[in-house]
Design a protein around this ligand. Structure first.
Ligand SMILES: Nc1ncnc2c1ncn2[C@@H]1O[C@H](COP(=O)(O)OP(=O)(O)OP(=O)(O)O)[C@@H](O)[C@H]1O
Ligand SMILES: [Mg+2]
Length: 179
């Protein structure tokens, strides 16, 4: 598949909304179609490339700036890049879009109420108790996308339904062959 077309799927949304869960399944689906894929995930990147950074606005933007640099290089070399980062700031996401070019924003939407119920990492309870400052959605801002290419509603859809939406978009726009 040497004519594979590069693109970056940019998953943005609150912690626990399902960015990683959905991106992992999309990754597997693309691999099954023999496409080149790289997945860049907040939790992993923050232990390596950006382990020096915290959660102030400046550090969050720097986190995304560095990841965007990597995503840009991969995208222009024909790789399918899956980025899952809270990436709460609209202006920073807009810069990433501009730099990467073939940028597909996926808003992973889920009401706070459901996130607090799920509390996958146990962080919402701590944030609500005031034990974590700068926690997105509780004590730190999240600026929702205004014109995302794709929106998935994870309180109402299954992971598979959200994945199907993403794949359908990629096929429809000719980013991947119809499977
Ligand atoms: N419809 C759904 N879509 C996605 N995830 C779902 C759905 N229903 C339940 N879940 C569950 O919600 C959790 C989402 O957690 P996940 O780690 O993917 O969130 P995240 O957005 O990557 O968070 P973080 O920003 O903290 O990395 C998973 O445990 C997943 O199984
Ligand atoms: Mg995640």
């Amino acid at each position: 598949m040497s004519e594979q077309r590069g693109f970056t799927l940019w998953f943005t949304g609150l912690s626990g909304s399902g960015k990683t869960a959905i991106a992992k399944v999309v990754e597997q689906e693309l691999r099954d179609r023999n496409l080149r894929v790289e997945r860049l995930d907040g939790d992993i990147v923050r232990q390596s490339l950006t382990r020096d950074l915290g959660f102030s606005k400046e550090d969050r933007d720097m986190n995304i700036e560095r990841v965007t640099f990597v995503a840009k290089l991969l995208t222009r070399n024909g790789v399918a890049v899956l980025c899952s980062f809270i990436s709460p700031y609209r202006a920073r996401r807009a810069k990433s879009r501009e730099e990467i070019g073939e940028f597909i924003e996926v808003f992973v939407e889920c009401p706070l109420e459901t996130l607090v119920e799920r509390d996958v990492k146990g962080l919402y309870a701590k944030a609500i108790a005031g034990e974590i400052k700068n926690f997105t959605g509780v004590s730190d801002p999240y600026e929702e996308p205004e014109n995302p290419e794709i929106v998935v509603h994870t309180a109402e859809e299954t992971i598979e339904e959200s994945v199907a939406k993403v794949l359908a978009y990629l096929e429809e726009k000719g980013y991947i062959p119809v499977g």
